[in-house]
Design a protein around this ligand. Structure first.
Ligand code: ATP
Length: 514
C-alpha cells in the first residue's frame, strides 16, 4: 500500500458514513450489540448499489468479452490449497505492538519511521546524591513524546513530585516507529497470519481446521482444469469469480475500505508465457497492459472522474514473491490515495504450486507447438466494497438550490440503487394514489421503483436525490384528466410532462444510455 498523502477527496468519510446510515445504504455490523470491528451490513439501498456494481463488473469481464468464463467456488476449501498457495506460511502482515499505555497493535507498513533518541532520567531532588536511571526507552527526537515519557518515567520509577533531569543519551539516535494514538514506541515487527479459521465436522481436532478463504483467486486456480476441459477452452482465456473473502485485518478501519469480511471481484486470465509467443501472439506483458487499461476504463465508464484515479507500479522490493509486475489502481478516497484494485502478472507461480501440491498435471498442452507448459496468469483483483465506496464518494455532491443545501448522489444511472420513485402529489385523493400505485407497479416490472407518499414533494425529492434515484415521477390532479405525469431528472432537475404510458420507455432508455 502506498504511503498516505496529503491529498484528499473533498467529501469527508464521516459525511459518507452518516449518509449511508441515514439512508439505509450501509450500517455498522451487529449494531444493537455495539458492533463487531471490521464488519458492515448493507441496507435496502446499499445492497442494490453493490449488486449493480458487481453486475457491471460481471458484464464487462464475462458477458462482453467472450474469452472469460464465470465460476462460483466454495468459500471453504481443503486446507492443502492454502499450504500450496503459500498462504499458510506467508500470508501475513508485519505487526508492531505499542509499548505506550494504549498497547495498540499496528501494521508496520502503515507507520513511517522517525528519528528517535534514548533518554536517561536523573533524580536530582538530593543534589548531593543524584540517581540516574537508564530507562531503555526511546522517544521521537522532535515533538511531544518526551513529555509523554516523562510522565511514564515518573510513574514507573516512582519519581512523581521529585526534581528530575531528562537527558538524551549521547550517540543514541536511530530510526524508530511510534504509535499514532499515544506516541508509544513500537516494538520490532512480527508476522501475523491474516487467515481466519473455523472447524468442520463433529470432531474438534486439528485435522478439522479449515480456513475461510482470504481471496477468491485460489478457487479459480484449483478449477483451472475443470473449466478448461468442460468449456473446451484454449489459451488465452480467463475465469472470473466474485464472492466473500475474509482476512483477520489487524486494524480494520475507514468504513468499508478495510473490513474483515469483504467481497472480491477477481479474474485470473491464463495466457501463453511471453518467451513462447510467436509473432502476432500477445505476450503475458501485453495482456497485463491490456487488462490494466480495460480495468481503468471500466471505472471511468461507470462514472469515476479520471482525475481521481491513477495507476501506481509496484517497486521491485514491494512486489509479492509470485509477481513479475503489479500495478495498483488507486482512487483518491477521503483518506488519500489508496488501492482500489491490483492488476498483477503472477507468471506460472499458481498453477505450478498447485500442480506440485496436488500431484496433478496442471500444464497446458499446446497442440500447435506440441509442447506442455504452465500458463501464465494476469490477475485484475478488485474489491466490491472498495469499489462501492469509491462510486459513492465520487458521486457525492453538495450544492445550493434556492438558498437550501441539496445533497445528491450523481451515480451512473446503471449503478443507481433505485431507478425511479413515484409520488402522488396529494395523498388524500384516492384516485391519485391509485394511479400512482398502478404506475409504480408497471414500472417495477422493468426497473426497481419505489412508491412514496409520506412527505411533501420537496422532501420526497430530497430523499431520492440523496440516494441517487435518477427519475422521480409525480402524479398530480391534472394527471387524472390528461393521463400525463411529470418526470424530474436527478442531475438537471428539469421536468418533462409525458403520457404515463410512455414513462417506462423514457426511464429505461435513459438508463440504457448511461
Ligand atoms: P491492502 O494493501 O489494502 O491490504 P491488498 O494488496 O492486500 O490490499 P489484495 O490482496 O491485492 O489487497 O486484494 C485485492 C483487492 O481486494 C484490493 O484491491 C481491495 O479492493 C480488496 N480488499 C483487500 N483487502 C480488503 C479488506 N480488508 N477490506 C476490503 N477490501 C479489501
Amino acid at each position: 500500500m502506498s504511503a498516505p498523502e496529503k491529498e484528499r477527496s473533498s467529501v469527508t468519510l464521516d459525511t459518507i458514513v452518516s449518509l449511508c446510515k441515514r439512508r439505509g445504504i450501509i450500517y455498522p455490523g451487529s449494531d444493537i450489540y455495539d458492533g463487531l470491528a471490521g464488519t458492515y451490513d448493507y441496507g435496502p439501498v446499499g445492497i442494490e448499489l453493490k449488486r449493480n456494481v458487481k453486475e457491471a463488473w460481471w458484464r464487462s469481464v464475462v458477458y462482453e468479452r467472450g474469452d472469460c468464463e464465470g465460476l462460483d467456488a466454495a468459500i471453504l476449501m481443503n486446507a492443502r490449497v492454502w499450504k500450496s498457495s503459500g498462504h499458510v506460511d506467508g500470508f501475513s502482515d508485519p505487526l508492531v505492538d505499542s509499548h505506550g499505555p494504549s498497547r495498540k497493535r499496528y501494521r508496520a507498513d502503515h507507520i513511517e519511521e522517525t528519528e528517535c533518541t534514548r533518554y536517561t532520567v536523573t533524580d536530582v531532588t538530593d543534589a548531593d546524591a543524584p540517581v540516574t536511571y537508564d530507562t531503555q526507552l526511546w522517544a521521537p527526537s522532535k515533538g511531544k513524546a518526551k513529555e509523554f515519557y516523562q510522565a511514564w518515567w515518573e510513574r514507573e520509577l516512582g519519581l512523581a513530585g521529585k526534581r528530575v533531569k531528562i537527558e538524551a543519551v549521547e550517540g543514541s539516535t536511530r530510526k524508530g516507529m511510534f504509535g499514532p494514538d499515544d506516541g508509544g514506541l513500537l516494538g520490532e515487527p512480527r508476522n501475523f497470519n491474516l487467515m481466519l479459521t473455523t472447524k468442520v465436522g463433529p470432531v474438534e481436532d486439528a485435522a478439522a481446521t479449515v480456513y475461510l478463504r482470504p481471496e477468491t483467486a485460489q478457487g479459480i486456480f484449483v478449477n483451472f482444469e475443470n473449466v478448461r476441459t468442460s468449456a473446451r477452452r484454449k489459451l488465452p482465456f480467463g475465469i472470473a469469480q466474485m464472492g466473500k473473502s475474509f482476512r483477520n485485518e489487524i486494524t480494520p478501519k475507514n468504513f468499508i475500505f478495510r473490513t474483515r469480511e469483504f467481497e472480491q471481484m477477481e479474474v485470473e486470465f491464463f495466457c501463453k508465457p511471453g518467451h513462447l509467443c510467436k509473432d502476432g501472439e500477445l505476450t503475458d506483458e501485453q495482456w497485463h497492459k491490456d487488462w490494466l487499461d480495460r480495468r481503468l476504463s471500466w471505472y471511468h465508464r461507470y462514472g469515476i472522474r479520471p482525475e481521481n484515479l491513477r495507476t501506481r507500479p509496484h517497486a521491485k522490493d514491494e512486489l509479492a514473491h509470485y509477481a513479475k509486475a503489479c500495478y495498483d489502481i488507486e482512487y483518491l478516497f477521503p483518506i488519500g490515495w489508496q488501492e482500489l484494485e491490483g492488476v498483477a502478472n503472477r507468471t506460472d507461480f499458481d498453477l505450478r504450486a498447485h500442480a506440485e501440491g496436488s500431484s496433478k498435471d496442471l500444464r497446458y498442452f499446446d497442440q500447435e507447438a506440441n509442447a506442455h507448459y504452465y500458463a501464465y496468469v494476469i490477475e485484475p483483483s478488485a474489491g466490491a466494497d472498495r469499489s462501492t465506496l469509491a462510486f459513492l464518494v465520487d458521486a457525492y455532491r453538495e450544492e445550493e438550490v434556492k438558498g437550501e443545501k441539496r445533497v445528491s448522489l450523481k451515480l451512473n444511472r446503471k449503478l443507481a440503487p433505485i431507478k425511479a420513485a413515484v409520488f402522488p402529489l396529494l395523498k388524500n385523493r384516492p384516485e391519485l394514489v391509485a394511479m400512482a400505485e398502478n404506475l409504480c407497479a408497471d414500472l417495477r416490472k422493468r426497473v426497481y421503483t419505489v412508491y412514496d407518499d409520506t412527505a411533501g414533494i420537496g422532501k420526497l425529492y430530497r430523499r431520492q436525490d440523496e440516494i441517487g434515484t435518477p427519475y422521480c415521477v409525480t402524479v398530480d390532479v391534472e394527471s387524472l384528466e390528461d393521463q400525463k405525469v411529470t418526470i424530474r431528472d436527478r442531475d438537471t432537475m428539469e421536468q418533462v410532462r409525458i403520457p404515463a404510458t410512455e414513462a417506462i420507455k423514457y426511464i429505461t432508455s435513459g438508463i440504457d444510455e448511461a
